[in-house]
Design a protein around this ligand. Structure first.
Ligand code: AMP
Ligand code: MG
Length: 522
């Protein structure tokens, strides 16, 4: 079946309420709003997709941080947004013109268990904006008050998780990992009650969209197949317009999302990132990392690492992330298979093939990336073993993930000083013996040691947002209202390839600083 190919600029809802396309943002932008030139296509989808409601205002909002670089990229007036009126918008006290605030409906598998209704329990989508390159993005306030999906929650966010999401998502962005981004953080002047009483905050989050695997599951579980079709068409128009002309667009959509996640999870593994809550409601269809909860970057490398206090069965350990991503995509396949047109057997075998291809696609991206981290521009099949040998050696010797890879640059020079990196290993000789084989392999690729050094430095960051540093920043903000440590850490982790002036930002935690567990804090 051939279908109209929509550009993301053309989504509109037809008279029947069915999704038919996207309208031109240009006509809507001519409203010339000083804050956001909203063009809200999701709000034009049928009413079962969301609950329409404004944010709940807060007592005394104060700006903690605005992402000026992102404001510039999105052509937003950062100066205005930093004024009292602007901060009122970021706090949900003032709904800007053109916004069509709503909480999105979704369901999901949480730790493998089915939950038929989740939805935005504390987030309000203000609307969508389109940047000068035509890229459409959601603008959402996280922690903006209760919604019909809040269940027993208060609809709010504590300051700590807001600062953590700000730092970690921006670090992921500069490391080249697809991710939602932090646009602003405001404190609310209100308290939230968790295990203790904590200061409240709101994060303004920007995303390619907030549509999740769980959004599809929500409608399938209700047997609302028309809504599944409308959603699938919408996702195609918004994220994957190139699949619209396929014989079976919904299967082509599945394949595109499988590929996006194979790339995404490979990138997570290559920077040592552990998401911690890879539930289907935290799995975007755009392929961006979303919902930074008890997430963490590994210090010492071990594939079985888990930080999240709620991950009791270690379902979301570092090593499990690829197979869990595949499991989540199987849930998406099970949704899309309901709405395919044409021969059901053909579609089923295509869906099976798509999800089966995930691990091979992941492996391809991962081994290419690992070879690049070893300084190899032209990887050979055997390089995967060389990489694995290093990782095994790191695991056996409690070596720090980030610093080992970062240290490879200086260790690449024959007869150079390798003591910095080998000292990261409980038995330095084991690293040295691996390094001998590795240097020989590098030499086969190029004799130019400077080039290798540069390649290694460009692939392996010096800093990541280490848990103990993130915790330190949160404690200072919560305790004394001191955001200077937050600003400093943010500056360091958003220039991750630069050696920081203060060595403490690079060093692994001392034994007494190690954070062994992280908490959702929701
Ligand atoms: P998360 O683990 O943060 O991805 O959230 C899982 C579900 O719980 C989502 O439906 C959230 O909207 C909801 N939720 C999390 N925290 C709160 C809260 N403080 N109030 C209301 N709903 C919440
Ligand atoms: Mg979530």
């Amino acid at each position: 079946m051939s279908r109209k190919r929509y550009t993301p600029e053309q989504i509109v809802r037809g008279r029947s309420g069915a999704f038919t396309g996207i309208s031109s943002p240009l006509e809507l932008r001519s409203m010339d709003h000083p804050v956001f030139a909203f063009d809200n296509t999701y709000a034009r989808l049928p009413e079962q997709f969301y609950a329409r409601l404004p944010p709940t205002s807060v007592q005394s909002p104060k700006l903690i941080k605005m992402n000026e670089g992102l404001a510039k990229a999105l052509e937003l007036d950062a100066e205005f947004l930093a004024t009292e009126q602007g901060v009122a918008v970021l706090a949900g006290n003032n709904v800007p013109a053109g916004a069509d605030p709503l909480a999105m409906a979704y369901a999901g598998h949480q730790f493998g268990g089915w939950v038929p209704q989740l939805g935005d329990g504390r987030a309000i989508l203000l609307g969508e904006i389109v940047d000068k390159d035509g890229k459409r993005r959601d603008v959402q306030l996280k922690g903006a008050g209760p919604t019909p999906f809040s269940r027993s929650g208060d609809g709010r966010s504590a300051l700590g998780p807001v600062l953590r999401e700000y730092i970690v998502s921006e670090a992921m962005y500069v490391l080249g990992v697809p991710t939602t981004r932090a646009f602003a953080a405001v404190s609310t002047g209100e308290r939230v009650i968790r295990e203790t009483v904590l200061p409240g905050a709101i994060l303004t989050r920007v995303a390619a969209s907030h549509i999740r695997v769980g959004t599809f599951q929500f409608f399938v579980a209700r047997n609302e197949m028309d809504s599944v079709r409308i959603l699938a068409d919408y996702v195609i128009a918004r994220h994957y317009p190139e699949v619209a002309d396929d014989d079976c667009p919904y299967m082509a959509l599945l394949e595109a999302i499988v590929s996006a996640h194979a790339q995404l999870v490979a990138k997570w593994q290559l920077v040592g990132f552990i998401h911690g809550v890879m539930n289907t409601d935290n799995t975007t269809v755009s392929g961006e990392t979303i919902d930074y909860g008890p997430c963490a970057f590994m210090d010492t490398y071990h594939p079985d690492t888990v930080y999240s206090s709620i991950d009791r069965y270690r379902r979301y350990s570092y090593a499990n992330q690829p197979s869990i991503a595949q499991w989540n995509l199987v849930q998406l396949a099970k949704c899309l298979i309901h709405v395919v047109e044409g021969d059901a057997d053909v579609a089923l075998s295509r869906a099976q093939k798509a999800v089966d291809s995930f691990l091979a696609q992941f492996e391809g991206h991962y081994s290419d990336g690992l070879a690049r981290k070893l300084g190899l521009a032209d990887p050979r099949p055997d390089d995967a073993r060389l990489g694995k040998d290093l990782l095994d050696c790191m695991a056996e010797n409690d070596a720090d993930f980030t610093l080992t890879f970062h240290g490879l640059a200086s260790a690449s020079i024959e007869n150079g000083d390798t003591s910095d990196v080998s000292a990261l290993f409980a038995n330095p000789d084991e690293f040295e013996s691996w390094a001998g084989e590795w240097r020989a392999r590098l030499k086969e690729e190029t004799p130019d040691t400077q080039e290798i050094f540069q390649r290694l430095r460009a692939e392996n960051p010096a800093v990541i947002p280490r848990n103990h540093l993130v915790e330190e920043v949160i404690r200072a903000a919560e305790g004394q209202g001191d955001y200077a440590p937050f600003e400093k850490l943010l500056a360091v982790v958003t220039s991750p390839f630069k050696t920081p002036e203060e060595g403490r930002y690079m060093r692994p935690p001392r034994p007494d600083q190690i954070v062994r567990q992280t908490f959702c804090g929701t």
